[in-house]
Design a protein. Structure first.
Length: 348
């Protein structure tokens, strides 16, 4: 009886938020408003699909600049934009500095590891331990015994490895270093997990386009970017070994299994850490999967349009994800998003 009552209340809550955030699902209310956002490059392929659709549905003119998660957090904190986007949730200090913001998960995807290795026939296998040693500088060539052990069927050259990293503050760096820190205590202690870290070796570049450009022009280089970016730019990327011992790719099934161990009710952002999922997640679980977030001020003159946009993104907008290797949000995550979105109120 208690469970039934709880379910009824939960459904009523979601319905209420639907009215608040997406009142026009049946008959869209037109708007002549504009929204300006900036931030993460990771979800940009998906956001670029959303923008014209939201314009058609609600008449909201949205502009989004993929400047990196750090810039997204800074922009919404300073209120120079209407919303920010970040692949990393805000720290306690960042949330305090934002002075009235909510952080809402609105997309789910994975980080790929593209590389440039001419003449090698077959996809390279890597794991967290090997990648951490590459970025620590202790593995420097592609025919290192640790890499050869993972790739017994490949004829790997003695080409120098050039690890490439984001020089700007990046949520993709946050997700990637979270994975490397989970895989390697040494990496965790020497480098750590953050949107911007001091890698002891390699070449830095700004944005996904920057690191990709370095890799394309540097034989032996590898980097980390979102899977959608790799696919759109026809980049060869590695398979990554998960806790089940399988080498997996950042595809729909791999990401879906990675998120399968989430609690049935999500009550905080801390529950959305899904890198290096346990063996129970499944044989195909991809170990560098991540949520990405939109940051909204809780008091905004554009609250109505912000609620419409973000509600649409986490509901109807999810159908645009799979072709870009974004997985639709699980029900528990959408319910959390609705509750957080309800905190956005009209103001000045």
């Amino acid at each position: 009886m208690k469970k039934a009552l709880a379910l009824t209340l939960a459904l009523a809550s979601v319905a209420a938020i639907a009215v608040v955030g997406g009142r026009a699902e049946a008959a869209p209310a037109r708007s002549t408003g504009t929204l300006v956002g900036t931030g993460a490059t990771f979800p940009f392929p998906l956001i670029s699909k959303w923008i014209p659709e939201v314009g058609k549905a609600y008449g909201i003119d949205i502009t989004y600049s993929p400047t990196g998660s750090g810039a997204g957090i800074a922009g919404v904190t300073a209120r120079t934009v209407d919303f920010g986007a970040s692949d990393a949730p805000l720290s306690a200090q960042q949330l305090a500095d934002c002075k009235g913001c909510v952080v809402i998960p609105w997309a789910l995807a994975a980080v790929s590891i593209p590389y440039n290795l001419p003449g090698v026939n077959g996809r390279v296998h890597l794991n967290g331990q090997t990648l951490s040693r590459i970025y620590l500088g202790s593995i420097t060539s592609w025919n290192d015994p640790a890499i050869k052990k993972l790739n017994p069927k490949l004829d790997l050259p003695d080409t120098k490895i050039t690890p490439v990293y984001r020089s700007d503050s990046s949520g993709t760096t946050f997700a990637y270093t979270a994975y490397l820190s989970a895989a390697s205590p040494q990496f965790s202690s020497r480098v750590g997990n953050n949107t911007s870290v001091n890698f002891p070796t390699g070449v830095g570049a700004r944005g996904s386009s920057g690191v990709t450009g370095v890799v394309k022009n540097t034989p032996g280089a590898l980097t980390y970017v979102d899977a959608a970016y790799s696919i759109q730019n026809k980049l060869q990327f590695a398979t990554i070994q998960n806790r089940a011992g399988r080498f997996t790719t950042p595809g729909i099934r791999g990401i879906t299994q990675a998120v399968s161990q989430l609690p049935k009710k999500v009550t905080s952002l801390s529950q959305l850490k899904i890198v290096d999922p346990p063996k129970a997640a499944g044989k195909l679980a991809y170990p560098i999967s991540t949520f990405t977030y939109v940051i909204l001020p809780t008091n905004s003159a554009k609250a109505a349009d912000l609620r419409k946009f973000v509600y649409w993104a986490v509901t109807q907008g999810q159908r645009f994800g799979p072709p870009l290797f974004f997985v639709p949000l699980p029900t528990s995550v959408k319910a959390f998003a609705y509750r957080e979105l309800a905190k956005v109120k009209a103001g000045t």
